[in-house]
Ligand binder design. Structure first.
Ligand code: SD4
Length: 343
């Protein structure tokens, strides 16, 4: 079996660089990547990546599915539901922070290895928008349903209406209302920079197939009716089973302007590594959007070989990476001013 060090040499990455990529903590029982007789690099699989600290629990659920040979699509759908169902995660599903009128509205999308996709936008009263998005994909001729139509479709599929505004989220909204003057400040939703945000999850299964899911309650205190990037295929999520997958978190408006996830997949198609593709897509925002210092966007990517990348505008973007050799939480911190990446 090829040694790890010689494997790194063969793929052109010295050990220090490999550490920088956040991949250094192989356990002693780690499976060694190996080469076939044609000297092709064997894919690392399965792999699952998700955004933010709370995504660790979601990854564990997804890992159960992947490790038992399940489909990446099932893994991501079941994984992100862990966050949707957790009232303490105040940016996804139940317990999500509301808009400025106190209404919780959810956005989600899902995409499989065949390029099928489904999405819901501005969905109210339904705890698991990702399940509804999958049903839109599988049971309708459409890709996205929004608002009342999305809710009616969910009810027709056996979902029930629930109050998603928990006491804690309601109290935070009431405090925000007291402290802010939303009428004179209509464009200032809460921009999360730290460890509480949308969950985006992308996975490569044992069969070598990619899928992804993204689900959120969106920016806290957003204008009523606002829809972000999270249900937009190509913006917050894109999967191309020939190339790779990418997902986004952060200020949706910035991601939508550059269709970040699609851009990353296209960069990987041109030969960039997932890390290079994430960095270049972040630069597309920082170079073109003059207010980029004011907000956060974070990207994750996987390619068909199971290599991963992560990058963000600001420090503090936490993500979770599971593969046969690691179960880790990392921070991809880009110091905007100096363009130095720190892990
Ligand atoms: C949105 N990208 O609605 C989502 C939510 C998020 O910081 O990630 N907020 O814009």
């Amino acid at each position: 079996m090829t040694s790890r060090r010689s494997f790194l040499k063969r793929i052109g990455i010295g050990f220090p660089a490999f550490s920088l990529l956040g991949l250094a903590s192989f356990s002693s029982k780690a499976q060694e990547p190996h080469f076939g007789s044609d000297n092709q690099k064997a894919a690392i699989k399965p792999v699952v990546l998700s955004t933010w600290k709370f995504g660790f629990a979601a990854n564990e659920k997804a890992w159960e599915v992947l490790n038992s040979g399940g489909r990446a699509l099932d893994a991501v759908e079941q994984g992100v539901q862990v966050s949707e169902n957790d009232p303490k995660v105040t940016s996804v599903g139940l317990g999500g922070l509301p808009d400025r009128e106190g209404k919780v509205s959810l956005d989600a999308c899902i995409m499989d290895e065949k390029g099928n996709c489904g999405a819901v936008a501005y969905l109210q009263g339904i705890k698991n928008p990702i399940r509804v998005a999958r049903l839109v994909m599988e049971k309708t001729p459409h890709i996205m349903l929004a608002g009342k139509g999305a809710q009616n479709f969910a009810l027709s599929q056996g979902f029930s209406l629930e109050n998603l505004l928990t006491e804690e989220s309601k109290a935070r909204w009431e405090k925000w209302k007291l402290e802010s003057n939303s009428d004179s400040n209509p464009d200032k939703p809460e921009i999360n920079v730290e460890d509480h945000d949308t969950i985006g999850m992308i996975a490569l299964d044992k069969n070598g197939d990619l899928s992804g899911a993204c689900t959120t309650s969106g920016l806290a205190w957003k204008m009523h009716g606002r829809v972000g990037d999270s249900p937009i295929i190509g913006a917050a999520l894109y999967v191309d089973n020939e190339v790779g997958a990418a997902t986004a978190t952060g200020k949706g408006e910035a991601v939508m302007k550059s269709l970040g996830s699609f851009l990353i997949v296209e960069f990987m198609r041109q030969g960039m590594s997932p890390q290079e593709a994430c960095e270049k897509a972040i630069r597309r925002i920082t170079e073109r959007q003059p207010d980029a210092k004011e907000f956060q966007v974070g990207y994750l990517a996987i390619n068909k070989q199971g290599e991963t990348g992560a990058y963000s505008i600001q420090k503090g973007f936490t993500y979770n990476a599971f593969d046969p050799n690691r179960k880790e939480q990392n921070t991809s911190g880009h110091r905007f001013e100096t363009a130095i990446r720190t892990y």
